[in-house]
Design a protein around this ligand. Structure first.
Ligand SMILES: Nc1ncnc2c1ncn2[C@@H]1O[C@H](COP(=O)(O)OP(=O)(O)OP(=O)(O)O)[C@@H](O)[C@H]1O
Length: 577
């Protein structure tokens, strides 16, 4: 109690408008937590504990004050002070206004709440919580939290996570003791280590087990324990039922249950799931220690930075027409002369990548159904292919979850590539040599039901650019409305195919039949060009002259095309009308 301040009851009453219900943040087993504003204006969370109702021994007040007073760590909630009033006790904490991790997971399942919980935020929460716990476990004497669960991981307004609720915490009796045995076995079902529940022996391995269950929760969005709607008073152990962590095949089961609202990059999710499985293995001794988890999670955090950072720092800006692109894997190399019949690239799963799971294939809807989709990809152009010659039905991919998708109303992931839109890629890129540059699963798009919060993650070996910047593999990059996605030739870097991310309402109507006008004229009257704001130097031409106006150059932006002198940009026709 040396570091924490003692507050007066009157001060805390004033801070909470006399413990007004509107200031109540929530209630736990030891009392209610109120939001308060102290005299100096600082905002705090005040936990009120009624010892009379709970019995002095079970309140955890003394333990929590002693334990928290010792710790000052960015990932452990800071105890600012305490107060006493009759048989009531009060703990004053820094206010963490971002809610708890359990609530965040629940909210992220309802897109209408507008509170997504992306994979990179979950990874960061995991790292923060592990760092806080590692600090406790490496202090002398070793300290145990004893109630590690997502509801006890609080977030501040910047998204930093801190371990909270030390009501059950305890310290090892001796400086070098590695465990402590408690009389009252507590903790939360679904999270508590079975060995601890059986024996009352608290160890770091037992705490790591609980943390492993939190990792599964973040990966899958499933609760380790929740009320079972089918049985009154029953508990459903969603994680254990879905993952069956002690049986063979647990890793694949976890991967098939990944939370589709998080947009996990497959490789990261797999490595995190492996780590979680090690954390919950039956033998306490074989579980990793917190310090090891922190190091591994920090590496993941560096390898998989959050998309906005990656856009600024990592994406290379390349003129795709001249930049040598990344070489395809040896088994994706194409030798057209030798074996024309074997021109198909190796599937990703033979390249050591897992088969994609739970990714609803976007539907190439017939036009009659297209109104059902709000967003999609429009095929814009392909090298050597005349868009007007493409049959109806192959001009767009409508991003609409398949009817059996579990996420039809939420965030959905769509796989794009030759395995998924085979016919469309064949008609746009008939040259089989070029088709080799389009992977079977080239990329995935994660987006909300209305195309919002969209991210693209490259999954295949081929070179994909988003708005002119090469997108690295396995890292989600944000997609904007009208973002251009291009497939480039593996060796030459030239653009093979161009797609655009658009609201379905903006797709260019494709009308067939002899009377229909061509969708885009490339021959334009000179006076039409003269009226374009981005075209210069045409006024000298005879008003009746026609030119072939250059509307697209590989590797140049429309602005750069506009900068070109008309004499080099447009082909002046010799005839007059
Ligand atoms: N420092 C804080 N800042 C903001 N909210 C907090 C803070 N501490 C606790 N809360 C919120 O107050 C509520 C009650 O917290 P409390 O720790 O008493 O119980 P709990 O962890 O939900 O349950 P239990 O103690 O039974 O495990 C929770 O919703 C928690 O998110």
């Amino acid at each position: 109690q040396e570091i924490s301040l003692q507050y007066s009851y009157e001060e805390l009453s004033a801070a909470t408008k006399n413990w007004h219900n509107s200031e109540r943040l929530g209630s736990g087993s030891y009392g209610s937590v109120f939001k308060g504003e102290l005299e100096d204006g600082s905002e705090v969370a005040i936990k009120a504990i009624d010892l009379k109702a709970l019995g002095a021994e079970s309140s955890g007040f003394e333990e929590e004050v002693q334990m928290l007073s010792k710790f000052r760590h960015p990932n452990l909630v800071t105890l600012l002070g305490w107060a006493k009033h009759d048989l009531n006790r009060y703990l004053v904490y820094e206010l963490l206004s971002g809610g708890d991790c359990f609530q965040r997971l629940q909210k992220s399942k309802k897109p209408s709440a507008g509170c997504p919980f992306h994979w990179f935020e979950r990874l960061s929460v995991c790292l923060d919580a592990a760092a806080g716990l590692s600090h406790m476990h490496n202090s002398k004497p070793k300290a145990f939290h004893r109630d590690i669960k997502s509801a006890n991981i609080l977030l501040d307004r910047h998204g930093t996570a801190k371990m909270a609720d030390f009501g059950l915490s305890c310290a090892a009796g001796k400086l070098d003791s590695l465990h402590v045995t408690v009389r009252t076995i507590s903790g939360t079902p679904g999270y508590a280590c079975p060995i601890y529940s059986r024996t009352g022996r608290v160890t770091e391995g037992g705490e790591v087990y609980s943390f492993g269950m939190v990792m599964f929760e973040l990966l899958t969005g499933l609760a380790p324990a929740t009320a079972d709607a089918s049985r009154k008073g029953g508990i459903a152990y969603q994680v254990a039922e879905a993952v069956e962590q002690d049986s063979p095949g647990a890793l694949e089961r976890c991967m098939t249950h990944l939370d589709c609202h998080a947009g996990w990059p497959t490789q990261l999710a797999r490595e995190m799931a492996e780590m979680a499985l090690r954390a919950v293995q039956p033998n306490d001794e074989e579980r990793p220690r917190f310090v090891e988890l922190v190091k591994a999670l920090r590496k993941h955090n560096e390898r998989f930075p959050k998309p906005s950072q990656r856009l600024d720092d990592v994406i290379m800006s390349v003129p795709v027409s001249i930049q040598p692109a990344q070489q395809p894997a040896a088994n994706e190399q194409h030798t057209p002369q030798a074996h024309p019949a074997k021109k198909v690239v190796q599937p990703e799963d033979l390249n050591g990548r897992p088969p994609q799971v739970k990714v609803p294939s976007p539907m190439l809807l017939p036009p009659a159904n297209s109104a059902l989709a709000t967003f999609g990809l429009e095929y814009v152009s392909a090298s050597g292919t005349e868009p007007d010659g493409i049959p109806q039905g192959f001009h767009c991919v409508y991003l609409k979850p398949s009817p059996d998708s579990q996420c039809s109303s939420d965030m959905s992931t769509f796989a794009i590539g030759r395995s998924h839109q085979q016919k469309a890629f064949e008609v746009w890129v008939p040259d089989t040599a070029l088709q080799c540059c389009i992977s079977r699963t080239a990329f995935e798009i994660l987006c909300g039901a209305k195309g919002e919060n969209a991210f693209l993650t490259v999954r295949g070996q081929g070179t994909i650019s988003v708005d002119g910047k090469v997108a690295p593999r396995e890292i989600a990059v944000p997609l904007q409305v009208r973002s251009e996605i291009t497939f480039s030739h593996a060796a030459e870097g030239t653009i093979i195919l161009r797609l655009r991310y658009l609201p379905a309402s903006e797709f260019t109507p494709k009308v067939e039949g002899p009377t229909s006008p061509p969708p885009r004229r490339t021959v334009r009257r000179a006076d039409e060009i003269a009226s374009d704001s981005d075209v210069r130097s045409v006024s000298a031409r005879p008003r009746t002259a026609w030119v072939l106006a250059c509307v697209h150059v590989e590797g140049l932006t429309p602005g750069q095309i506009a900068e070109l002198r008309s004499a080099v940009r447009d082909i002046q026709a010799e005839w007059t009308l």
